[in-house]
Design a protein around this ligand. Sequence first.
Ligand code: NCD
Length: 311
Amino acid sequence: MKDLISIDQLGRAGIERILARANEVSQVASREVQKVPALRGRLVANLFYEASTRTTSSFELAAKRLSADVITLRASGSSVEKGESLKDTITTLSAYSPAAIVLRHPCAGAAALVAGWTDAAVINAGDGAHAHPTQALLDVHTLVNRIGDLTGKRIWIVGDIAHSRVARSSAVAFGLMGARVTLCGPPTLLPPGIGAALGCETSTSLERLGEADVVYGLRMQLERMEGVAIPSLREYSSYYMIDSGRLSSNQLVMHPGPVNRGVEISGAVVDGPHSLISEQVASGVAIRMAVLFELLAGGDVSKQHHETVMA
Ligand code: NCD
């Protein structure tokens, strides 16, 4: 596998392989020197055309912990602002012979396009509303590490399903791991046919939220909405906000971040005992190390590879 564009490429076996690798490499974080030499002398280029906190920082950290050289370009502050095209930016970066390009872009399909222009491994760090495979992997990693086997577990993904690449990727990944996923949101943010396309149930109300083992909140992607998809954020919150009153004590809560407290999820829930949000952030580094290793240093979790990673 040269590139990671969407979660479907991996299937259950691929997801499990990366999860196992992530568990191995996460041990690096507990060492005094948090580094292994696996990617020494290789270059990872992060190219971000959209805002990002967690994804950029965790890819940077992951590459550094594997001893790669790292450059991070953001559209703002780079020659993209001077009108340079995506193609020319990739050509420029390619002159440095990167082993991997990590790309976030507002257009669905951008990562697949770039993969055809470069010999570097391309990792999709979010392309429009299409896919965000490393988020899906870290979500599954977080949940499996907390509750074990996901077979038969019920996961409700609540919020702006229409514009969410996280919903698309994570719903598929949870489904591949045996969970039963329900996509929930206002009718205007729940595209017709999406349940069937992703193998999920759908709901336009939180009435049956009590059946969920895990409630996964999504941000309103206002930057991707054309026209008015909801009457107001206040109205959205009154029907769909995940707050303590709507949760029972045994339900877990996830969210990819960034959180808009008091809109899709209450601050008390974010900081409360149900929340796996910090675990998701921590998993992000281990998963991105595992993905970089998978694409750049070979796939199998064998003893030989174990030695290479952990040396
Ligand atoms: C998400 C994204 O960019 O798709 N953030 C992330 O990567 N953790 C979700 C969002 O922006 O709401």
